[in-house]
Design a protein around this ligand. Sequence first.
Ligand code: SPV
Ligand code: MN
Length: 619
Amino acid sequence: MLSVSSFLDKRNLDKLKALNNQRVIDIVDKYIKLCKPAKVSVITDSEEDISYIRNLAIRNGEEMELKLKGHTVHYDNYYDQARDKKNTRILLPKGKKISKYVNTIDRDEGLGEINHFLDGSMKGKEMLVCFFCLGPTNSKFSIPALQITDSAYVAHTETLLYRPGYEMFKRLGDDNFFYFIHSAGELDSRNTSKELDKRRIYIDLEDERVLSVNNQYGGNSLGLKKLALRLAISRASKEDWLCEHMFIMGVHPPGKDRVTYFTGAFPSMCGKTSTAMMPGHTVVGDDIAYLRIDDEGYCVAANVEQGIFGVIKDINPTDDPQIYRALTTPRELIFSNVLVSDKVPYWIGMGKKIPDRGINHSGEWYKGKKDKEGNEIPPSSKNARFTLRIRELENADDRIDDPNGVRVSGIIYGGRDSNTSVPVSQSLSWAHGVVIGAALESETTAATLGAEGELKHNPMANMDFLVIPLGVYIDKHLRFGDDLAYPPLIFSTNYFLMENGKYLNEKTDKVVWLLWMEGRVYGEYGAIETPIGYIPRYEDLKNLFRDVLKKDYKVEDYIKQFSIRTEGYLRKIDRIEGIYKGEENVPSVFYRHLEQQRQRLLDAQSKFKKPIISPFDFE
Ligand code: SPV
Ligand code: MN
């Protein structure tokens, strides 16, 4: 019988033994036997081992070198370009229930199925055994993570996105880690996963592990990203912290010598990256945050990652100057699913002429090429991405690796709706803010499949990753606030309000909303109390528009943007109530706040005798 000691050469075996962790050895042993790789390499934190992975990805054809030094491109199968929600499931032990919003499969059945697909999945390939840390190393946020994969691209990407963890594992010697088994499965001639009908991503909360097979796209394959997010939500719910799909940024108000940290949860296409990357401010993380309470009762947040796996579409020198510069200068950087011609990458919306031919996620590409379904293939995938370390960006915050995290003064929930929500508002309390986050919705756009203008409910932008009942999740947020001596202020934004088919705001206006929120933390701006929360006063915004954007902010614009459209808000309450009524154990505080908001809106309607109420009426 094959055992780790007979299979690994002495050098690799010594690396494993040095960890002094029997559970690691048992896991490696088990999956060698199941996946049957031709070779196994144990990767430590050394530069030698990390560059081994980088070179392997190029040697095995999962990445190709581009013109600029350090740049490579990787392709995922044309039909493996996004998270596979259908085949991502939580393994559910018998007799357990979660929520109708969570995709589950019986644990025994799921394990049987995925073990069958993993059996022999690494034949002829090299298994990489890698160690990382979720969160900054050696901090209360740290969660050690073991990643076993046969994809050098996956391993390489994780060396950019996560902190090295081998040395930390050595010191810990405990069993507290998450682990991830991934196999890209059989590959086609382009080195992309071939058997997509057998693609499965199964999450085992009991053993804090995820098994993933027959895929390469990051959202499906990278153990430490969205797969670990689910495990961490489960672990956090049993402890006293939160795991959120949030960016962390430092806001630097001009002329004021301070930095104020905000986190923000936005469903996709609601302005998350453009907020986190706003020029003049700094970024700690763009995707996932752990939130804890420090000894003095403040909320502290740490980025789970040290890199960015960002959407590249529409990154151009005007809208995203910092990222564009990083993407066009030499550094370690992986492009995925972009168009390449003469070793130069191109993508939709880059603000530059794109060649009519090249190689992209569909293989050899030419303008007008159609896929099997008859759809025209764009030059680059809509979900094409770039992967780099945050510290490569000029707007990287200098506390990205702070083991204590950063103190959070404000939390932003950013939705997208064209006809109701004001551009920015502040909740009346922590609990009211939680209700706003729990009621987060985004409107479908032309960029997503299905009808336009439909509202999709996405609590805290974390819906896709929930592994606990919605009611429990909301309750955790409410309790977290109760335990804070200094709860962050909670805001909501909507950058997409329209009138007669035209946006009521310019893209650049969001810096004003951000600075208003930041100033509110210090009580520097007043606010008007309305049924939906506090909104800015005209004078404060006028001054901010003048000072920051050199713009004359007209009172008519303020009235249009900040009028309270009571009917739309009332309909939203009905929709949200409908959703939560179908869930169990939703805290009564949640319904009380919704009901109070409804009553405030109805009272305002009868007081002012109109459905749309000017902000000046509330002053
Ligand atoms: C998201 O979809 O929220 C992402 C990309 O950040 S993925 O890694 O696919 O989840
Ligand atoms: Mn994300």
